[in-house]
Design a protein around this ligand. Structure first.
Ligand code: PRX
Length: 636
């Protein structure tokens, strides 16, 4: 049967669409791409594979993603609300943009970028809090063909500098300060510090938000809002090639410095648009709110591009879930009559631990669909979300995906396929997951356990690591040649539904933030008293995983954990940012090592998890005696 619409409406349709996308991907994605507006059509739907890694989608086509997010809706939805911005301060009036207003605002911002000398292909770095100009600025880049690279406002000056240097950004857009609950973050002064070691940046635009005292560097720094105000709202979209870069987003991996994943224009657009439409199943007058920060991939694909590509109303929130109190999320749901609510398990668990009346006193009857993203959701949190927030009448979509995948990969479809507690469930059409054992053999049949890989390219996948295609190849495609390795473990149940069990590499997921243990170790090792360290994740009630650091001190250094912790925190704050601070620091005299000198992290993970009943075979260790010493030190 030919597919007439790419909107999946029944479970049977889901299976037939998946099958079609599997058997004739070129036809399937050509059909899905018809939902978008192209300047020139493609000559080939897809080329390249996981061996050559020259993956291209919609080659030959030209387009502009903002023409699809904005211009395309002007005739039919010009006066519909596109974006609702809610301030950190509940007493400050929200800002609403209709599609017409958003279009004009993005055009004005685009002209500001052009006036500052930004051209197609230039990289623009954003280091902002969740102000409206983060969203309009990202779109302005896309409109003129500049490549945006958003750095989360919680990273340090050094981390920001590393990213600016890596992508050789020509401009940084920041705020004077950012509001974050009762605190303010000195974004401009952090930017100033970062820029001391970045020589590619010729201009800095500052969105004044708090009115805090900052300094402007003559010739380099400009106040953003007055420039936007006086700019023309006429800016035709730049014609982009399908595979032109759209953005770079940095994320942490097992080793080395953060990787700048590069996403390209056409494939990402089709994926963000298609997945948003099918996963959330919005209707025309629904209001959608994703609580993520635009500094992460979720905010790119599912605050900005996905909803706007679908002509939906998207809410953007500046603040945090616990300010002014832990009822803020529910207050906002009530205030804007949110129908679709998408958040992270860590937020659910944190709010679950608060006074239940903060939820119950709000009217949540507008809600139709709930979503979860960023980390495995435990059953208890899932049940609470379902009962207390969804009142047992809202399907929950547990969406598994990654910065690398560009958009959602494995999930139920709201109200179409079943939600199963703690299970992401089914792969979307175009997603071909396999489970692979330690030897690289595909585990067939159901149920099954293994490392989660993808067998075939999908439109939204990152095409490379900026400036380092070799690293891209090695990181994702060398563990299991010919397959994309996600870094996650998973279980497939008897019905073929996936449950993601978490990372199987040296990446930890703290409150939904992806942190490379090697990065934290490198930071700790900068401390003059430290010889070596090993960082592992351990189960944490609220954060999902906490950070546990085992630290070997220089001979003669007799520091206790209490003395060492604040010093390491300060160092990590400086090198990475507060999100990477360890929860537990344990000074040790040695680390369990194999005869080849490799740290046996399995043992350290078990000790951190207080799971020391069965530590497995430690006879191959160079220093088996250290295990008891570490256990004692950990109070076990
Ligand atoms: O371990 C998986 C976890 O988050 C990782 C990707 O992190 P990041 O690139 O920062 O993107 C987060 C937002 C998409 C994955 O490798 N993860 C993400 N979603 C889920 C998840 N783990 C379990 N269930 C999920 N729904």
């Amino acid at each position: 049967m030919p597919i007439t619409s790419t909107r999946i409406k029944t479970k049977d349709e889901y299976f037939s669409h998946w099958q079609k996308a599997h058997e004739v991907p070129q036809d399937f994605w050509a059909k899905a791409a018809e939902n978008f507006q192209w300047m020139k059509p493609w000559s080939k739907v897809q080329s390249g594979d996981f061996n050559d890694l020259e993956i291209k989608w919609f080659e030959g086509a030209t387009l502009n993603i903002t023409a699809n997010c904005l211009d395309r809706h002007l005739e039919t939805r010009g006066n519909k609300t596109a974006v609702i911005w809610e301030s950190n301060d509940p007493n400050e009036a929200p800002i609403k943009y209709t599609y017409k207003e958003l279009h004009a605002e993005v055009c004005r911002f685009s002209n500001v970028l052009k006036d500052q000398g930004i051209k197609k292909g230039d990289r623009v770095c954003f280091y902002m809090s969740m102000v409206p100009e983060l969203l309009t600025g990202v779109l302005a880049c896309a409109r003129i063909g500049a490549v945006h690279s958003v750095v989360f406002g919680g990273f340090s000056a050094q981390a920001l500098a590393g990213r600016i240097q890596d992508c050789q950004a020509k401009m940084v857009i920041t705020c004077d300060e950012g509001f974050r609950g009762a605190k303010t973050i000195p974004l401009k002064s952090i930017t100033d510090e970062a820029l001391e070691s970045c020589d590619t940046v010729i201009s800095v635009l500052v969105r004044e938000r708090t009115g805090g005292k900052i300094t402007y560097k003559e010739g380099r720094d400009h106040s953003l809002l007055p420039l936007i105000k006086k700019a023309s709202n006429d800016c035709p979209p730049e014609e982009m090639q399908a595979e032109d870069p759209l953005f770079i987003l940095y994320t942490s991996g097992s080793t080395g410095k953060p990787k700048g994943l590069m996403h390209t224009t056409a494939g990402y657009m089709v994926w963000a648009g298609y997945t948003f439409e099918n996963v959330f199943q919005m209707e025309e007058n629904d209001t959608y709110w994703c609580t993520a920060d635009i500094g992460w991939i979720t905010g790119h694909s599912y605050i900005t591009y996905g909803p706007l590509l679908n002509g939906s109303t998207t809410v953007m929130f500046e603040g945090i879930p616990t300010y002014p109190d832990a009822g803020r999320f529910w207050d906002i749901v009530d205030k804007f009559q949110i129908t679709h609510f998408y958040t992270a398990p860590t937020a659910i668990r944190a709010l679950q631990a608060c006074d239940i009346n903060l939820v119950r006193k709000h009217d949540l009857s507008s809600l139709k669909v709930l979503g979860s993203v960023g980390e495995p959701i435990n059953e208890e949190a899932w049940e609470w979300y379902n009962t207390e927030v969804g009142k047992e009448r809202c399907p929950i979509v547990d969406t598994w995906w990654q910065t690398e995948t560009g958009g959602i990969m494995i999930t139920s479809l709201a109200g179409v396929t079943e939600s199963v507690p703690a299970h992401a469930t089914y792969p979307l059409p175009g997603v071909n997951p396999v489970l692979v054992d330690g030897e690289g053999k595909v585990v067939e049949g159901n149920p099954a356990d293994g490392n989660l890989c993808m067998e075939l390219p999908w439109p939204g996948m990152a095409r490379t690591i900026w400036g380092d295609h070799k690293r891209y190849k090695e990181t994702y495609f060398s563990t299991y040649p010919g397959k994309y390795f996600t870094g996650d473990g998973a279980r497939r149940d008897a019905q073929g539904r996936y449950r993601i069990t978490g990372r199987v590499d040296d990446v930890i997921n703290v409150s939904g933030h992806r942190i490379g243990t090697a990065e934290v170790e490198d930071a700790i090792n900068e401390h003059p008293a430290v010889v070596e360290s090993a960082v592992v994740g351990y189960p944490h009630d609220i954060k999902g995983q906490g950070i546990y650091a085992y630290v070997i001190l220089q001979p003669g250094q007799e520091m206790t954990a209490e003395e060492l912790t604040p010093q390491l925190n300060e160092l990590i704050n400086k090198i990475i940012g507060p999100i990477a601070k360890p929860d537990i620091v344990l000074p040790v005299s040695g680390l369990p090592k194999t005869r080849s000198g490799k740290i046996m992290r399995r043992i350290l993970r078990k000790i951190a998890a207080k799971d020391v009943e069965n530590l497995g075979d430690i006879s191959t260790l160079l220093n088996p005696e250290i295990v008891d010493e570490i256990k004692n030190g950990a109070g076990l």
